[in-house]
Design a binder for this molecule. Structure first.
Ligand code: CP
Ligand code: NVA
Length: 313
């Protein structure tokens, strides 16, 4: 009998399994580089509903399902009856009759929750306005590789918008025991409930969770620096106000010089070069950004393997 379904709506849903998933993703990555695709979930199907654009998430989920021996079906929400008013819950009920899991990129976190509540198969959050958990699994995998699995005593500094990426990063870092410090303009701090939840995880793992006002305060002595766009998908109407508020919140050579000499630079991509990050840093020797993008594939393979029930043949 299959056990209860395992959704990944928040990075917190992976909390107990996260360290072992990183180890599994790392093993799958090494295997793939020698030609072994880890075909452990043959015959499984993943429905992928996207309300927003995607390069990395869509491609890495599709390739991950192929590798595992399964199949992925890409569905733009515009082409589904969802776009004509069929409810999210009804869509979830129907898709659950065909596929073994659903990944969803949504504008609204409430819609993500509604889909997960109504689906009888696992739902994976492929980004919404509150979290981006699969991204953060890949980010942690990138640091895990570079630090040989040892997060404790290291500090990740995030510079920029208190958005979906930062929310999942606060929670994910605190879960694995990595200190996190985030510099955002005061008006763009992450939601207080996310910070409180991350502090709770930090108490258990020994990680500190800190919010500061200036990029320099965050970057000083950091082991890793992370930034994301100033204008996320869905925030386009605020473009001008955001570009004004975030001027100065740029990951550049000056900021890099404040961090530890062995610092690694992360960005989830797509980047707006010249805004939140300079060409010099993105294309420089401390950037782990391309490995980070590749790691979407390996991290999601481990997550999919974890949530999918194996099928015969
Ligand atoms: N980082 C990320 O989620 O990229 P995409 O929007 O291209 O999927
Ligand atoms: N914060 C960004 C992440 C893109 C992958 C957005 O939501 O658009």
């Amino acid at each position: 009998m299959p056990g209860p379904k395992q959704d990944v709506v928040s990075i917190v849903d992976l909390a107990p399994a996260l360290p072992s998933l990183l180890a599994r993703a790392n093993a799958m990555k090494r295997a793939r580089h020698t030609g072994d695709l880890s075909r452990t979930r043959p015959g499984t199907n993943l429905a992928m509903i996207f309300e927003k654009a995607s390069t990395r998430t869509r491609t890495s989920f599709e390739v991950a399902m192929n590798d595992l021996g399964g199949h992925a079906l890409y569905m733009s929400s515009r082409d589904l009856q969802l776009g004509r008013g069929e409810t999210i819950a009804d869509t979830a009920r129907v898709l659950s009759r065909y596929v073994d899991a659903i990944c969803y990129r949504a504008f609204r976190h409430e819609d993500m929750r509604a889909l997960a509540d109504a689906a009888t198969v696992p739902v994976l959050n492929a980004l919404d306005d509150r979290e981006h958990p699969c991204q953060i699994a890949a980010d942690l995998l990138t640091l895990y590789e570079r630090w040989h699995g040892a997060f404790s005593g290291r500090t990740l500094a995030y510079i920029g918008d208190g958005n979906n990426v930062l929310n999942s990063l606060l929670l994910g870092s605190a879960i694995v025991g990595l200190n996190i410090v985030a510099a955002t303009p005061k008006a763009y701090r992450p939601p207080a409930d996310v910070v409180t939840e991350a502090e709770g995880w930090g108490k258990r793992s020994g990680a500190s969770v800190q919010l500061v006002d200036t990029p320099a305060e965050a970057a000083k002595g950091a082991d890793a620096l992370y930034t994301d766009v100033w204008v996320s998908m869905g925030d386009e109407a605020e473009k001008e106000a955001r570009e004004a508020a975030f001027r100065g919140y740029q990951l550049n050579a000056e900021l890099l010089a404040l961090a530890k000499p062995g610092v690694w630079v992360l960005h989830d991509l797509p980047a707006h070069r010249g805004q939140e990050i300079t060409d010099e840093v993105m294309d420089g020797p401390r950037a782990a950004i391309w490995d980070q993008a590749e790691n979407r594939l390996h991290a999601q393979k481990a997550i999919l393997e974890h949530v999918l029930q194996a099928r015969a043949g």
